[in-house]
Design a protein around this ligand. Structure first.
Ligand code: CA
Length: 225
């Protein structure tokens, strides 16, 4: 993945082992990650660095997760995923309406963290991520639109198309598309990508568009207008 399209995830966690495991897993999923071990560092980081999402522990030195969340929300709508130690905590957190986007209970599975992270990033993505394309993607409805017409996509089709939209005009390999489409790293064959692309093309036909080119033996390319 090119550095320019990698999302940057800020991990706020004071337990070094948990922070390191989260960072490894987030990086393996194709994101950039950095770690803050104190809550009071977060407002400054959000103000000075580009951050696409925050994984935020609740119990932190310096400033606790609740105050971090509140403070960040005053200046930014960056997605925040809170990591809490107890299930019972979640109800209380929800009641506080801090503006966190999701909650995960410890002990969490790293897979779950990454899959929730993808979900909040997707929800926060602007619907039209690639100006110059003859269509737009609606992240909330999982639809592709051209003019007044819209076609519904499956979650896998949506992720594949969003991945192609990150690099219009450039070849995207099947492997990269596979990584984008399957958050849980199921072993699926390259041919699975081909069959989803076929379905996507059929849906584009309904919009009278044919923007996806096959590059023999390599992958696919989205053709800008
Ligand atoms: Ca902690």
């Amino acid at each position: 993945m090119e550095a320019s399209v990698k999302h940057h995830i800020l991990i706020v966690e004071d337990e070094p082992k948990i922070a390191a495991a989260l960072a490894d897993y987030v990086r393996a999923a194709g994101y950039d990650a950095s770690i803050a071990e104190r809550g009071d560092l977060v407002p400054g980081l959000v103000a000075t660095r580009h951050v696409d999402a925050i994984l935020l522990d609740l119990m932190l030195p310096g400033m606790d997760g609740l105050d971090v969340c509140r403070t960040v929300r005053e200046v930014s709508q960056v997605p925040i995923l809170m990591l809490t130690a107890r299930v019972e905590e979640v109800d209380r957190l929800l009641g506080l309406e801090l503006g966190a986007d999701d909650y995960i209970c410890k002990p969490f599975s790293l897979r779950e963290v990454v899959s929730r992270l993808r979900a909040v990033l997707r929800r926060s993505a602007p619907p039209d991520r690639a100006p110059g394309l003859p269509f737009s993607l609606d992240a909330d409805r999982h639809e592709v639109r051209a003019g007044a017409r819209a076609v519904a996509l499956t979650p896998v089709e949506y992720r594949l198309l969003a991945c192609l939209c990150e690099r219009p005009g450039k070849i995207v390999s099947r492997q990269r598309l596979l990584d984008a489409a399957y958050v849980d790293y199921r072993v699926v064959s390259d041919r699975t990508v081909d069959s989803h692309i076929r379905n996507l093309r059929r849906k584009f036909e309904e919009l009278e568009l044919a923007p996806i080119a096959s590059i023999y033996g390599v992958g696919f390319r989205l053709e800008p207008e």
